[in-house]
Write a protein that binds this ligand. Structure first.
Ligand code: ZN
Length: 488
């Protein structure tokens, strides 16, 4: 991250909202608490941010001395009482709420060690990175420990500061802006909030009374867990108008998601196009297939190429790298709107890089894979498919049913195995059902009902159990993945 990023024009006078964890980043001993706001404002102004700054300080305020609270409040810093184990969750949910009322452009800043600490275990920063791909704000982070910046995050931010450095920035700035000092006195006193009981007051005395009251004690234990707002985001939305006719570009890993045996390779393109059309996308589609072309039968290559699928040779070791570099190159040359699709199982790898790029310029994203990711990806998409069901584009009825079951985010305990097993194990029966589907819609409805019964019956079916015992590896993968996602 380059230091001293100057404010982009749209942020120069936009609002700045700050959520400050007073436990992680306390006021240093002997530091004049009334300097906190001017310091933060000073640091922002040094980078060209002149918008109004809203600051809320979170902490266990029963332990904060009166003169500190008064000093904060008198400089327009709102004070929120929260037990320390809930602070991060509260700050985060308050931030989410704030975003709801304050559309971009705006700058948001966390003064906390938690946003970073949780990078590794996919906490706040993962959810925030996903939120950012939906609605982009300018993000700043401040920590008590400066060295943490080396941690690789999926969250893109404009600037990061050490807490000491931020508090120190005041001196330099205020020296030559001394005449503005008068303005600061004009700031009216800010609110005191008790986040445990939804209590707020502008009077420190009332706030203190509340914190020591029986009412506060009674309601205090309501524990608020960190809520990830993006974990139940749906999938396979209808196309937004700006993408409906925009171009669609597909990078397809033929090794992870191969053409199934017996599948007519000339049907790959029409199947994809049909799936896109079902969601309302009718733009031109270009597809590039990646794989070790020397290992792929000539007739498949010819079929693909005859339907306008470009072929890119890459040995196994370099395939993903090549796909990603082609993907990024394409992005550089083609501004949005466009829909970009990655067909691969190496989702952790793609997701992180693409999610970071999505926080700079946003494209509409699709994914397809031969088994579903077992945890929430950093990348936000508007549609995802299982590779086999994508190819079986004509199974529209059935897709709708499964989509219904799949919509709820990533914790997908619904039986993908069943779907897969049904498709692959008793495909003779399905094939005949498919013929029925094409012949007669009424029969197709019956077929769907029959399929539903199959799914419900699945665990009891001897035949499918046997398929798992003797069947090929992907089955076992599915089984394992689904098990782990149920316990997730
Ligand atoms: Zn309370």
């Amino acid at each position: 991250m380059p230091p001293n990023f100057k404010a982009a024009p749209e942020y120069a006078t936009a609002k700045i909202a700050v959520w400050w964890d007073m436990k992680d980043c306390p006021i240093p001993v002997g530091y004049d608490v009334r300097r906190v706001r001017p310091s933060i404002e000073g640091a922002f102004k040094n980078l060209g941010y002149y918008g109004p700054v809203f600051i809320t300080a979170y902490g266990d305020q029963t332990k904060t001395p009166d003169h500190v609270l008064r000093g904060l409040s008198s400089t327009g810093v709102a004070v929120a009482h929260a037990s320390s184990e809930r602070t991060c969750a509260l700050m985060y949910s308050d931030m989410v709420e704030w975003r709801g009322h304050n559309p971009p452009p705006a700058t948001i800043m966390f003064i906390s060690d938690q946003v970073y600490d949780r990078v590794e275990d996919d906490g706040v920063s993962l959810d925030l990175a996903r939120l950012q791909q939906e609605t982009l704000y300018n993000i700043f982070l401040t920590y008590s420990v400066r060295t943490r910046i080396s941690v690789q995050s999926v969250l893109r931010f404009s600037e990061e500061w050490g807490w000491d450095e931020l508090l120190g920035s005041t001196a330099m700035f205020n020296k030559h802006e001394e005449e503005e000092e008068e303005e600061e006195i004009m700031i009216s006193a800010a609110m005191f909030y008790c986040k445990s009981c939804n209590f707020d007051s502008q009077s420190l005395r009332k706030f203190r009374n509340h914190l020591s009251s029986r009412k506060h004690e009674v309601e205090n234990p309501t524990k608020r867990e960190l809520t990830f707002v993006t974990s139940d985001w749906g999938r396979n939305y209808p196309a937004k108008p700006e993408y409906a006719t925009a171009k669609i570009v597909v990078w397809w890993d033929m090794v992870d998601c191969p053409i199934p045996e017996g599948f007519d390779a000339t049907r790959v393109r029409p199947s994809l196009e049909e799936a896109f059309k079902n969601l309302g996308y009718s733009g031109p589609v270009s597809i590039t297939a990646y794989g070790d072309l020397s290992q792929i039968p000539y007739h498949l290559l010819r079929s693909l190429s005859s339907t306008g699928v470009s072929l890119a040779h890459a040995i196994d070791k370099l395939r993903c790298k090549k796909m990603l570099s082609d993907f990024l190159k394409w992005r550089d040359l083609n501004p949005p709107p466009a829909t970009l699709m990655i067909i691969s199982n190496n989702l952790e790898y793609f997701s992180k890089f693409v999610a970071l790029n999505q926080q700079i310029s946003k494209y509409n994203m699709f994914l397809a894979y031969s088994y579903r990711p077992y945890k929430m990806l950093a990348l936000v998409t508007s549609a995802e498919w299982l590779w086999e069901s994508l190819l079986a584009g004509f199974l529209r009825q059935e897709d709708t049913f499964f989509r219904g079951a799949l919509v709820k985010g990533v914790n997908l305990p619904e039986c993908l195995i069943a779907k897969c097993a049904v498709e692959s194990c008793i495909h003779e029966r399905i094939r005949s059902s498919l013929r029925m589907y094409r012949l007669d819609r009424r029969l197709a409805r019956m077929y769907r009902k029959y399929r539903l019964e199959q799914v419900e019956d699945f665990p009891k079916s001897k035949r499918l159990r046997k398929a798992f015992r003797t069947g090929f590896r992907p089955f076992h993968n599915h089984l394992r993945l689904t098990r782990s996602s149920t316990s997730y």
